[in-house]
Structure formats: structure tokens, C-alpha cells
Design a protein around this ligand. Sequence first.
Ligand SMILES: [Zn+2]
Length: 425
Amino acid sequence: MPKKFSFDSFLVHKKRMTAEKRKEVCSQMTKAKKLAGLLLAALLVLTMVPTAYAVTQGDIENLKDDKKELKEEKKEIEDQIYQLRNDKEKAVERRALLDRQIELTVEEIRNTEAQISGYEALLVQTAYELEENQREEEEQYALFCERARVMEESGTTSYWSVLFKAESFSDLLSRLSDVQEVMNYDQGVLDNLRQLKAQIEEKQAYQEQLKGEAEEAKVELEEQKNDLDVQRKAANDLVAELQEDLEMTEQLLKEKEAEEAEIQKQIQKKEAELAAQMAAQQVTWTASSGGYIWPESASKRITSPMGSRNTGIPGASTNHKGVDIGGVGYNTTVVAAKAGTVIISEYSNSYGHYVVINHGPGNTTLYAHMSSRSVKEGDVVSQGQAIGITGSTGISRGAHLHYEIKEGGVRINPLDHLPGYIKAW
Ligand SMILES: [Zn+2]
């Protein structure tokens, strides 16, 4: 017995489509028209959707793994900060740990942002695939309607009526084989449609899942950004607090002076090493004065000049070795003021993340309190090349760039090389 022509099950399958829409699709779309439309649509889609997708679900999983590691390291740092909470003598150490905590939060934020853009790329990709599936479903459905219409016109709507019209046994057999062929064909179309529907539903579910995960990541990003603000404030407040305490200020200055002296020694040593290296390579290594550009381009406000300055506490004045450029925030690119070779790129308790560039014998520039550094010792940098991002690391009460210039091995006033600076001290 031939299988019943399953138009009904097909209608059930397509129940989401309105009767009107069905009629419209069935009556208006001839196969030729449909194909032309498809070609046009395919062309449009091809031009709209990027040919290669940079992100996969696996990439997002990798980011989640990285994040787990970040969380673990953060936990360790937090424990250490907690252990030092009441130890005044270890305040500088605690400040360094706070800097590390802030860095990890920044890394977390980058990770979450990468996840969000990953979700967005996957959503674009899924929407594209979904559209393709839906287009194919429509095409298959139109094909099916066309077959039904042809059969209706030729009076073969029902397989049974085809068979009942048989005039003889051999006619019946030949009709039966025709019906079988038609039936197989229709069954194939229906199977295809069913499969497409399953694919579409699966993709829609995936789309919802991605949207949910992207939303979660966005909420998390907001929390992380709030954490960052709180942590930065805590780190700056700690230094401000220390500086309000005479005893602590003295200790802080002592530590700072000792570290600075150590850094100066290191600069001289590295300079000598570089000079020897240049000589060995027979590179002309000469000094040239001047020729500096601004080390950043967000602000021209100088909040503290070079020289003696009052710490606000009687008897505790300090000699400022460079200038402080304020109004730079935590996200400004710091650039090499002059071409040269990086001789130091490290974190120090007082300078925080700092970089020293050697421009010739006795000629160096120093950039301190940065959030991060993007060059390492030995890097050859051109003038204007990014070397880091501004911040408030080390002994610093707020975001600023501490900038020093040395010529002939002696510190000179950077203000002479910062044209158009605004006095803000
Ligand atoms: Zn300074």
C-alpha cells in the first residue's frame, strides 16, 4: 500500500507559518522567480558577511581558562595584601601589591572584553547561518507547493485517485511505479524540510544561549570596572595616608631616595654596557642635545615642576628629579620623546612601572608611574613610538606621568623641552 501523501503532516510541520503566508508562498513563487531571488539574496549576503570568522567557541573557552588563572593569582595577591593590612612598615610593599592587583583587574577586563567581542562575532555568524537555513527552507517549501499545484492541475492530487483511474492491471502497475517515484521525491523534499527545521531550531537555541552568555559577560565587565575604580582609589589613598604621617613620610622618602640612587647606578651601568656594545658594532654613538617631543599628547598640564618641593609636612621637603604631567588619566599612550635604546623597563616600588631610554652618551629620558610598559630592555625605539600607558603605580597619589631628562649625565629641566606647557602647580 502506498504511503499516504503527507501534506497534513507537512502543514503541521509548518504550522508556525500563517495560512496567508502559505498561500502567498505557494501561489506567487514560481521556481524560476524564487531561484533568481535566491541568487540575488546570496550575493547580498556574501557581500555583507565577512568571509572568515576570527572567533570560535573554542577561543572563548580558552579565554575562560585564562580568566580562571587570573582569578587564582588575584586571590593570592589579595591574601598577601590582607596579611600586610596592619603592618605600617610594610606599607610600600602593600602599595606594590595593590598595583599588581590593579594590573590583574585590568587583565580581567581585557579578557571579558575579548569574550564579549567573541560572542558578538559568533552571533553574527549564527544569524548568517540561520538566515541561510531559513532561505533554504523557504525554497524547499516553494518547491513542494509547486509540486502540489502541478498535481492538482493534472488531476493527480491524491495518490489513491491515480491508482483508481487505472484502466487495466498493467496500467495500474505503471501508475503505481509513477506514484512510487513521485512519492519518493516528495518524501525527500519533506525529509529535507524536517532536517532544516531541526537545524533552525538548534541554531535559534544556540543564539539564545550566546545572547545570555554575552549579557552575563557584560554585567561582569561592569563589576570589574567598578572594582578597578575602587582598587585605584584604595592604592592612591594609601599613599596619601602615608604622606599625612610624618614618621611614614620620612620612611617613604628614605626608601625612595635609596631606590632612586640604586636606579641611577643601574642607569650608568646599562649606559656603559650599551656604549660598549655600540663600540663593538662600530656604531657611531654620539650625544646630541635637545630634539625631544612631548612624551604623551593628552595633556600639557605640568602639576609639579623640577626642583625642591614641599611635601606639606614641616622639615620634609624633597628634591623633585623631573616634572609631573597631570591630566593624563589611566589610558594615555606614553611615547619615546626621542629615538633611542631602552636600557631599563621594570617595576620599582617608588617609580612603579618605569622605562629609561638612552639616546646617546649621557643622554637619557625616564618615564614613571605607568600602568603598563610595552617595551623591554634592549628594544630600539623610534621617536614617538609607544612605550607604555599612563597610570599611578608606585609612590603616586593619582594618575600622572613623571618625566626626567638627562644630558651629559646630568638632569636638566624638562620644561625647557615641553613647548606650550601649562603651569598647573
Ligand atoms: Zn614626579
